[in-house]
Write a protein that binds this ligand. Structure first.
Ligand code: BG6
Length: 484
């Protein structure tokens, strides 16, 4: 139900993720009226001993809403902070979780007009190493006892393991404690506006239906770039690397939505069934279709080991073995410390057959979906150059969100995903079999990198990454268009 008492419990309340993402998202939901003061209570749980006010002070500076006058903001902020209570305890302590349960129950008792409809959302803003013990504790001491229509839901974040076997182990541990319907595995890319737009675009527009296949599309790129390095989190990053951090999850989720068949309906299970099929159709990655890089200076971070072989950049070509995509390379590219910050999908079409305008000189038709920054979709196409001469140029049909939807605030991915969790919509969360299939694709490559069999090529911070990656792109058929 969407009514009744709601307790949101943020475990790891004093950590980075909670401060930077979880609490700000909750605050924005509160400000927009999605969390009602008379129903909701928020609990922070962590090891540090501190008062409710101390937690409120810690998170206050991160709560900067994107709209509203300052007096409204101040009022909303103080009301929101009053909803937060802090409980301290360790992540494997029976006592801590019993206390947490007591606090939640008291709140439920005080606020529940309809007994039996309480809702408990546990948000694990914690390192995955403690997921099993925390989940055990929740299961043993903090389960919602509501017998009518209440629920208990658990939100977890990547990394879900480091390879196929560790991910499967984690999945079984959690699977023994909770049903799949209770587990919400966040991949925050699925909460981004233009990622959520992908299925609408593909399946609600006649334009795309007949073109979206191997007969018309030459290659597809899914690109993530950041113009900063791993500053401050080199230790974490070094254990994972760019493939585990970005490609295996964020970019693969995008790939699924770009490549999947039309689902039977918009039911979350129907959509996720189609995504799994795409993952299962990906062929083993060929070593010759991979370029790895590591930016100069990465190892200067004291938390990164001297001899680190961890890639901070990777271009990987995936091949989908099915009727729609046979022969179309999906080029996945991600890198840190590059020349720009951008995430985009570039669908490049084949050349026009029997070309009489020599369009090829100017570049191909390309459909670009820019996920961030400045969300946009644009189509590169050839038009007659305006004027008396008959010549052609490449131009763009451009839908820039900031211009077209002025005044509309695009929600943060986390806001949307937390709201989905409250509503019980698992469409934008990763199902266990999706996770497994994605790990199956990358595990052999990751093991080769871990064993030092494959080495990253050094590149300059602020560059495009190793030149070899551009060569691989060209070999895969990508044609650089002019004006880009
Ligand atoms: C996270 C990665 O999942 O996504 C980070 O761990 C990365 O390394 C971040 O910086 C990027 O997210 P966004 O939303 O800024 O593109």
């Amino acid at each position: 139900p969407e009514t009744g008492c709601l307790s949101i419990i943020v475990l790891g309340a004093s950590g980075d993720l909670a401060k930077k993402k979880t609490f700000p998202a909750l605050f924005n939901l509160f400000r927009q009226g999605f969390l009602q003061s008379n129903e909701v209570h928020i609990f922070g749980y962590a090891r540090t001993k501190m008062s409710d006010d101390a937690l409120r002070d810690r998170i206050r500076e991160y709560l900067t809403p994107n709209k509203g006058t300052s007096s409204e903001q101040a009022e909303a902020l103080s009301k929101f902070l009053q909803l937060i209570k802090y409980v301290s305890g360790s992540y494997d302590s029976e006592e801590g979780f019993r206390l947490l349960d007591k606090e939640i129950s008291e709140h439920e008792f005080a606020k529940n007009s309809q007994p039996g409809t309480s809702r408990r959302l546990f948000y694990l803003a914690l390192p995955p190493s403690v997921y099993p013990s925390v989940c055990k504790m929740i299961r043993s001491y903090c389960m919602n006892q509501s017998h009518l229509s209440g629920w208990t839901r658990i939100v977890v974040e990547k990394p879900f393991g480091k390879d196929l076997s560790s991910a499967e182990e984690l999945s079984s541990q959690l699977g023994e404690l909770f049903d799949e319907e209770q587990l919400y595995r966040i991949d925050h890319y699925l909460g981004k506006e233009l990622v959520q737009n992908l299925l609408v675009l593909r399946f609600a527009n006649r334009f795309f239906l007949p073109l979206w296949n191997r007969d018309n599309i030459d290659n597809i790129q899914i690109v993530f770039r950041e113009d900063f390095g791993t500053e401050g989190r080199g230790g974490y990053f070094d254990e994972y690397g760019i493939i585990r951090d970005i490609i295996q999850n964020h970019l693969m989720q995008v790939l699924c939505l770009v490549a999947m068949e039309k689902p039977v309906s918009l039911k979350p299970e129907h959509i996720r069934d189609e995504k799994v099929k795409v993952l299962q159709s990906v062929l083993p990655i060929g070593q010759e279709e991979v370029v790895l890089g590591q930016y100069d200076g990465y190892k200067d971070d004291p938390t990164v080991p001297d001899g680190s072989n961890t890639p901070t950049f990777a271009t990987v070509i995936l091949r989908i073995h099915n009727e729609r995509w046979e022969g179309v390379p999906f080029i996945l590219k991600a890198g840190k410390a590059l020349n720009s910050r951008k995430a985009e999908i570039r669908v490049q079409f084949k050349d026009v057959p029997g070309d009489i305008y020599k369009c090829k000189k100017q570049g191909r038709n390309e459909f670009v979906i820019r996920l961030q920054p400045l969300e946009a979709m644009y189509m590169k196409l050839t038009v007659k150059k305006p004027g008396l001469e008959m010549s052609t140029i490449q131009s763009e049909l451009d839908l820039s969100y900031r211009q077209r939807y002025q005044g509309v605030t695009i929600p943060e991915a986390y806001e949307r995903l937390i709201l989905d969790t409250i509503r019980g919509d698992q469409q934008h969360f990763v199902r266990r079999d999706e996770l497994k299939a994605a790990w199956e694709i990358f595990t052999p490559l990751l093991h080769k990198i871990d064993d030092g069999e494959l080495k990253p090529i050094p590149y300059k911070p602020g560059s495009r990454g190793p030149a070899e990656a551009d060569e691989l792109l060209a070999k895969a058929g990508y044609v650089q268009t002019h004006g880009y």
